[in-house]
Write a protein that binds this ligand. Structure first.
Ligand code: 9MR
Length: 425
């Protein structure tokens, strides 16, 4: 399995140089300085170029490999910036609403009030996607963040299951057949929380115990038998002790879910890459992908970008490092045939969550995405294009969809919970 891949640049780079860093860097105090040294020596390689064969958009390049390429967007940007919208239409075969399908995020309030849904923005996003022949990813049904203010007043041990059922049934049911994949449960693993199985301490877990994960998938499967149901998480990408522990815990979670017959179909690896993080180990990442694939799961890269907060200010140097990271990471990722989809968390640097969440200390604009702030393709775009062009062709063009349209029956207690709400789907 590794022979084909081992010829690739990323492995040489990662195994030959980067994996040695852990031993080179001893004391913690020296880590940052040493990384800076290696960054300059290794990542900023002025001889490295990012030429692409032609200017074909990413979606066509991906499609030629049996892959889907798409990007996240916010309603407030996509609906007001017409040039931006043009670029989404050109580059993307899939749209991931960044706020509009969460319970409550930014100015998008799906759950305006208890027992009230406002689908206006979500509908417009999905309508945009459909109008332009783009598929849609739903992010996210069950998460410890983005819960509305009224959540803690309303949801308690007695009614939590009803709330979960009502939310998933209503949202997934409304868009049944229109959303290619749902992030059903997001970020449920956090070994640092010290709980059994590395489970994160979340409102849902405290209210419903660990069963909430299986339950959420079953409700989603019943509401849309065609959607690809995904567990989505971050912190899986690097060779750090934390990421290693998290990979193990996620793998064990996926194994448990598969063993108990939970209708889960894919793992989402968010892939918010860190520009100054050099502990990248291609073999370990590749092994993790194989382990996930061996469970019969597809793998989606769901939120790809490169955090450039700690990178040099020089745009030229920064872009070269960011492009190198994209190409090296994706070379490993796309080597695994179970990887079917690539989604960047935004398309243009003009609109990125990192502007708010990880701004640069020097005040210069972040550059994490394929297009720059003027919506021009930059080396990050070329690096993604190159990695896609070098990827093996996936066997089935329709691999992103569940093969059968079988319905998934909810068990009696869940049906009772739904009936208790008087919902009719
Ligand atoms: O990019 C999103 C940002 O604009 C939102 O404010 C934030 C909270 O809703 O969520 C961000 O997206 C997150 C995604 O939904 C799940 N993985 C982590 C992403 C970055 O925080």
């Amino acid at each position: 399995m590794y022979s084909r891949y081992s010829r690739r640049r990323a492995l040489t780079l990662g195994a030959g140089v980067l994996s040695g860093i852990g031993t080179v860097i001893g004391a913690k105090a020296g880590v940052k300085a040493a990384y800076r040294h290696y960054q300059a020596q290794i990542l900023d390689n002025p001889d490295r170029t990012f030429e692409t064969a032609g200017e074909t958009p990413l979606k066509q390049r991906a499609q030629a490999k049996g892959l889907i390429y798409g990007a996240a967007a916010r309603h407030q940007d996509l609906m007001t910036d017409r040039t931006l919208a043009t670029h989404y239409r050109t580059e993307c075969a899939l749209l991931a609403p960044e706020w509009e399908l969460k319970w409550s995020a930014g100015n998008a309030r799906l759950r305006t009030a208890p027992n009230q849904f406002d689908f206006t923005m979500a509908d417009e996003m999905i309508n945009f996607a459909q109008t332009h022949a783009m598929q849609v990813r739903g992010n996210t049904l069950v998460w410890h963040l983005c819960l509305p203010e009224w959540f803690t007043e309303q949801v308690n041990h007695q009614n939590a299951e009803q709330w979960l059922v009502q939310h998933i049934q209503t949202v997934v049911g409304r868009y049944a057949g229109q959303v290619q994949s749902w992030d059903v449960v997001n970020e449920a693993i956090e070994p640092a929380d010290g709980q059994a199985h590395g489970l994160r301490r979340t409102p849902w877990q405290e209210l419903l115990d660990a069963d909430y994960i299986d339950l959420a998938f079953r409700i989603a499967a019943a509401a849309d038998p065609k959607a690809v149901l995904t567990y989505n998480d971050y912190g899986l990408e690097y060779d750090t002790p934390e990421n290693q522990t998290k990979r193990q815990a996620v793998l064990q979670l996926l194994e448990r879910l598969k063993a108990q017959g939970t209708p889960i179909h894919a793992l989402g690896i968010q892939s918010h890459l860190v520009g100054n993080e050099l502990r990248f180990n291609p073999q370990k990442l590749r092994q993790f992908l194989s382990d996930v694939a061996s469970l019969g799961l597809k793998i989606f890269i769901t939120e790809l970008d490169v955090i450039d907060r700690e990178l040099p200010q020089s745009v030229e140097v920064r872009d070269r490092i960011i492009a190198s990271i994209y190409e090296d990471f994706l070379s490993v990722i796309l080597d695994e045939p179970a990887v079917k989809m690539l989604v960047t968390w935004g398309l243009s640097d003009r609109y990125s969550w990192l502007t708010e969440f990880h701004p640069r200390a020097d005040g210069s604009a972040v550059r994490p995405l394929p297009l720059d702030g003027n919506l021009q393709r930059k080396s990050a775009w070329r690096a993604i294009a190159r990695a896609i062009d070098a990827a093996p062709v996936r066997s089935s063009q329709s691999a992103c969809f569940r093969s059968s349209n079988h319905s998934f029956a909810l068990e009696q207690p869940h049906l009772r919970a739904i009936k208790g709400l008087g919902l009719n789907h």
